[in-house]
Design a protein around this ligand. Structure first.
Ligand code: ATP
Ligand code: MG
Length: 390
């Protein structure tokens, strides 16, 4: 029988979110990610998900890598199915795990049966298979506390499965169970990490990028689209809404106090993000803001930008150190692209002395001469949408 992938599901017991919704989303997300790797049968049973190749053309290594990036999965193993019979399980372990059994010095067998009609208890099954493997592989000693290798035997309803230790899965919740949000994606290190973290908590995302041509180059935009593409193995297919931001920035530079420029600009980002969110039915805005990192990321500055956004602003990296953010960026593979040296729209008109704590009324006074609605309408009307991912 073919090799298959056995996935252990995560936090199933959730208030207000039933198991069915969780499993349906997980299956749909997994199916989409498996498509480039062949035809697979995907189903859930007894808090596990099964991915079975339908034929020999399937790329199991590709499927395995793809399944490691599915949120909602806590652990996964490549397994071989066999008859529900102790000797069949023993033979399968000997052949399927041959290399691992030959290389390890210590081992144990762990058996589990959810089919309670199976004639042996879990302990009897583990002892029998363990004893036979011990005889067959003289290199092995039994170590029940810290074995190098654990041989897992699982007797489920319609088959038995043999596998070695499971690997950690991506964790979190299936993308989409928490609804949809728009994520403000710059070319920096923080916002791809923030996006990944919220996708991990079950949000489907649309990306919004503010583009200041000709102050920022087409390469800077390509870099952001590439960052979005790098996130698609986790987040699924993404739309990047590229918002032309030059007119707003030039208007602000002409008519507003320089020290308030960053805050005023960020308020426009929030207004536009909220408009995009309303249009696509998203319920929150995600940013990569981190407390105290730069002038616009003080508590007061966040209050000032949040004030113009009717939706919750989610800032998953707000309490993280840069090293922690970088560690995640490296793990998810966005770091090397984030550090490519292209300018961002925020750095184009950076004030020499940005205001850390705007005074009450100061921001409103600076905005009084602006036709805010017209500026937002104009930007939103000229959004370019770029699709990434399969
Ligand atoms: P990042 O590393 O994500 O660029 P940062 O530390 O450089 O963050 P800022 O430049 O102050 O911080 O931006 C804070 C957040 O605002 C970003 O994380 C991102 O969510 C959003 N943002 C900034 N610039 C843009 C942009 N050009 N397009 C879309 N979102 C942006
Ligand atoms: Mg930035």
């Amino acid at each position: 029988m073919n090799e298959m992938i056995l996935l252990k599901l995560g936090e199933l017991v959730l208030k207000g979110l039933n198991r069915r919704t969780f499993e349906d989303k997980l299956i749909a997300n997994a199916r989409r990610k498996l498509r480039p790797h062949g035809e697979f049968k995907v189903y859930t049973k007894q808090s596990a998900m099964y991915v079975e190749p339908k034929n020999d053309e399937c790329d199991m290594d590709g499927a395995w890598e793809a399944m490691k990036k599915v949120f909602g999965v806590v652990g996964l193993s490549r397994a071989r199915a066999c008859d529900k019979d102790a000797d069949a399980m023993l033979e399968t372990a000997k052949t399927y795990l041959h290399d691992k059994l030959s290389a390890a010095r210590s081992f144990k067998v762990e058996a589990k049966r959810s089919d309670k009609t199976f004639p042996m208890t879990s302990i009897q099954l583990a002892q029998y298979v363990g004893g036979e493997l011990h005889d067959a592989f003289p290199n092995l000693t039994v170590d029940v506390h810290h074995p190098e290798l654990t041989v897992h035997l699982e007797v489920r309803d319609d088959a038995a499965f043999v596998h070695a230790d499971p690997e950690s899965g991506a964790g979190g919740l299936p993308v989409g169970v928490g609804g949809r949000a728009v994520s403000l994606l710059s070319g920096g290190i923080d916002s791809p990490v923030a996006s990944w973290m919220m996708a991990k908590r079950g949000l489907a995302l649309d990306m919004v990028h503010f583009f200041s041509y000709p102050y920022t180059s087409p390469e800077a935009k390509d870099k952001v689209v590439e960052l979005a593409r790098l996130l698609t193995p986790w987040c699924g297919r993404l739309t990047v809404h590229v918002v032309p931001f030059t007119a707003i920035q030039e208007q602000l530079r002409r008519s507003c106090p320089e020290e308030l420029f960053t805050l005023l600009m960020r308020r426009f980002m929030m207004r536009i993000a909220a408009r995009v969110a309303m249009r696509i039915g998203a319920g929150a805005v995600v940013t990569g803001e981190c407390l105290g990192q730069v002038a616009s990321q003080t508590m007061e500055a966040m209050a000032c930008t949040q004030a113009v956004c009717p939706l919750p602003v989610l800032r998953p990296v707000v309490g993280m150190d840069k090293e922690e953010i970088v560690r995640i960026a490296r793990k998810i593979g966005t770091f090397e692209t984030s550090i490519l040296p292209y300018e961002d729209c925020c750095t184009v008109f950076t004030p020499r002395h940005p205001r850390l704590r705007p005074l009450p009324g100061e921001i409103e006074a600076a905005e009084a001469s602006l036709d805010i609605e017209a500026l937002v309408d104009e930007a939103v009307a000229n959004i370019e949408r770029v699709q990434v991912g399969g």
